[in-house]
Ligand binder design. Structure first.
Ligand code: ADP
Ligand code: MG
Length: 692
């Protein structure tokens, strides 16, 4: 094998911008698309909009000054002519494109001022017998200062000098009908002339499928490695004592649904194991996750361990606090409340009760983790609406779990006597199956797939803003019948200040419009005592109409509220709309959700409203959301920097994802070395530095 070419420091830093840190990364820096320079198009056959390679003689070349300084050349072949136009050009280019030169040009044709033209085509001088390219020309993702030609050369050199060893056993390749790795990589960099350009563009070619499979397989393997590694860590075994939990089940004013019983059994079994549980409890809005969390908490408590129960917003955390306080009071357990908005003194007091172990259940916002709180004997951390915390925090939380036994100042969740807490994460944003199988594959998942009985499905109506008066009449009628309504104010450019202002204005407008009703206002900037007062008044039926910002999106539970108006629904995301709508339909009355929208609708907004109008199934909605937005947005990974899939698309490649899951099982069972080698290539390629 040849020695690899030297790479200059300037080039190295540009490569780093592309995520290429090691020479072998070049091998998997695959083309975005291809240009077809394998044949020439007669100019007469070129249509506007076509990408084409043409060849001819320059019959005229001049620099035009209006509207801008432009080099304009006329290229003629036997049957036609077109113009080549360059806005920024070098004298050398002008010389290359002088009258009489024979030129081959590649570019997109369009109709311009002079007729058919190409703007900034790729040009080169040719002879009559200059050969055509034998294969499609790759176009790579690149960055400023690094030309396609330079990148191609680096990649060609890597292909010549680095091994492209097969990581997968033959038997597996045959069984899964996969192409070889080396052949696939080479083909994608240099597709032979007979390969269909469409199969490359659409990434359906066997070579692409192999690469995507490999990537998905690596993801599966690394998730499983995490999972197995967790099995080696230590957590307190919290076996069910059937004391407090049985008491709560007996005291509840309702019977658990069979789905709730099933998921609690799964959680209860995990807690009993001496390894940290990392379980995600998925259940649609209103499916009754809170009581399952309460049972998990009691199981830890009846083993003498502490529980931290965290929710993303103060309103939600407070509701949990109030609900659990009521449920647990007969059991002699008083939770402690901790949020960032508590006065310093109160916070200190709460922290002391947690640190001393006097309190066994702490409920609150992130303050539980961020403030100077340390737990005496933390056995279980429960995180509600975990998707609100983003992938970053999910990982951070887990990382906290892996800290050594020593207690660190400022870290609430840390371990105790060398163990770490179990984690229960809850979410009402259902994770589409494919996402659950890929990004969340290291978690165990329990699903509540049934709603408590007696719910009537929410009727959803769409109304354009022109029908605002009718909507007002509906609100008035519902409230005068003794029911309650929410009016949700729009998001404004993601700006909290503007949102607040709109909420206050809307509150004024609605108060003026409904003098006979009591209208409350809830938003994120209210202090917590005020917020609690408003929510309590609404819950008690003292307020009939609650104007709110999206702070009520998660967790608010007022069964008598049966009407929800979502103002400017076109600005909201699908998950958000689904969550909001889930605030009604919790009682026996027929509930109605009105999506008030402003014309004109963007295509995306129209698609979203159609989905939310047609479906009330959170899983269906999440699946559609995934299709509209892609997994990055859904996971919040854009901000978090978590490595996303580069090649595979979990929507389009679900079949490969299934294969990769199966292959991961087989490899780990039968070919652990191959599994290791494969992971090495895709995840931990840290030896083969470019500089070396
Ligand atoms: P979510 O899953 O959205 O967090 P909650 O836990 O807030 O749902 O439950 C929604 C409502 O349903 C609450 O009022 C709760 O008390 C009630 N609930 C929960 N489980 C049952 C059940 N098995 N039967 C009747 N009502 C239930
Ligand atoms: Mg909830």
């Amino acid at each position: 094998m040849k020695p690899p070419a030297k790479i200059s420091p300037a080039t190295l830093s540009r490569l780093a911008k592309l995520g290429i840190h090691h020479r072998s990364d070049l091998l998997l820096h695959l083309p975005l698309r291809y240009e077809d320079e394998t044949h020439l198009a007669p100019i007469a056959a070129v249509q506007p909009g076509m990408n084409a390679q043409v060849q001819g003689v320059i019959t005229h070349s001049e620099v035009a000054f209006r509207p801008r300084r432009t080099l304009v050349c006329r290229l003629q072949d036997n049957g036609g002519e077109l113009y080549l136009r360059f806005l920024n050009f070098y004298p050398s280019q002008q010389k290359q494109l002088a009258e009489g030169k024979q030129i081959r040009a590649v570019g997109e044709a369009r109709m311009g001022y002079y007729g058919l033209e190409m703007v900034h085509p790729k040009c080169r001088a040719v002879d009559d017998d200059t050969p055509l390219q034998q294969s499609l020309t790759p176009v790579y993702p690149t960055t400023a200062g690094l030309s396609q030609a330079a990148l191609r050369k680096l990649i060609a050199n890597a292909l010549d000098t680095l091994p492209l060893a097969e990581t997968l056993p033959d038997a597996l390749l045959q069984k899964m009908k996969l192409a070889g790795f080396s052949d696939s990589v080479r083909l994608l960099h240099n597709p032979p002339p007979d390969v269909s350009a469409a199969s490359l563009e659409q990434r359906s070619h066997a070579a692409w499928r192999r690469i995507k499979f490999d990537e998905l397989l690596a993801q599966q393997l690394s998730m499983r490695a995490h999972h197995r590694e967790r099995g080696k860590r230590v957590a307190p075994g919290l076996a069910p004592q059937h004391r407090l939990t049985a008491q709560l089940i007996k005291d509840l004013p309702f019977a658990l649904t069979s789905a709730q019983q099933k998921v609690y059994a799964e959680i209860g079994r995990d807690l009993a194991l001496p390894h940290p549980m990392q379980r995600l409890l998925l259940g649609d809005v209103g499916s009754g996750k809170t009581v399952v969390a309460a049972l998990a908490a009691l199981q830890a408590i009846e083993n003498g361990y502490q529980v931290a129960f965290m929710a993303p917003t103060e309103i939600l955390a407070e509701q949990h606090y109030l609900k659990l306080r009521d449920w647990l009071a007969p059991l002699g357990i008083a939770p402690v409340w901790l949020s960032g908005s508590l006065k310093k003194k109160e916070k200190q007091l709460a922290a002391e009760r947690i640190a001393s172990g006097e309190t066994l259940l702490a409920i609150g916002t992130h303050a539980l983790f961020q403030e100077q709180v340390s737990f005496h004997r933390l056995g279980l951390a429960i995180v509600d609406e975990q998707h609100k915390f983003g992938v970053q925090q999910r990982l951070a939380l887990r990382a906290k779990g892996t800290q050594p036994a020593t207690r660190q100042a400022g870290c609430g969740i840390d371990s105790n006597k060398g163990t770490e807490p179990h984690q229960l994460m809850m979410s009402a944003t259902p994770i589409p199956r494919t996402l659950a199988m890929s990004y969340y594959a290291d978690l165990d998942v329990s699903v509540i797939d049934e709603l408590p009985p007696g719910r009537t499905p929410v009727v959803t109506k769409l109304a354009s803003d022109a029908r605002r008066d009718e909507v007002f009449a509906r609100v008035r009628a519902a409230c005068l019948e003794g029911r309650q309504a929410y009016w949700v104010c729009p998001l404004i450019d993601e700006s909290e200040a503007l949102q607040l202002q709109t909420a206050i204005e809307t509150h004024e407008t609605l108060r003026a419009a409904f003098p006979e009703l009591k209208v409350g206002l809830a938003h994120g900037k209210l202090d917590s005592a005020e917020k609690a007062r408003v929510m309590a008044a609404f819950k008690a039926g003292e307020l009939q109409l609650l104007v709110a910002t999206t702070v009520i999106e998660v967790g608010v539970d007022v069964p008598n509220a049966s009407l929800m108006v979502i103002d400017h629904a076109e600005r909201m995301g699908l998950a958000q709309l689904h969550q909001l709508r889930g605030r009604v339909g919790r009682g026996v009355a027929q509930s109605l959700c009105i999506l008030l929208y402003q014309q004109p609708l963007s295509e995306l907004a129209r698609a979203r409203l159609k989905i939310i109008f047609e479906s009330s199934d959170g899983f269906v909605i999440a699946q559609q959301d995934l299709q509209l937005r892609g997994p990055g947005e859904l996971l919040g990974a854009r901000q978090s920097g978590v490595a996303m899939l580069r090649f595979a698309d979990i929507n389009a490649d679900e079949d490969l994802l299934n294969q990769a899951r199966q292959a991961a099982d087989e490899l780990l069972r039968d070919f652990p070395d191959a599994a290791q080698g494969h992971l090495q290539r895709w995840m931990a390629n840290r030896h083969d530095y470019l500089h070396a």
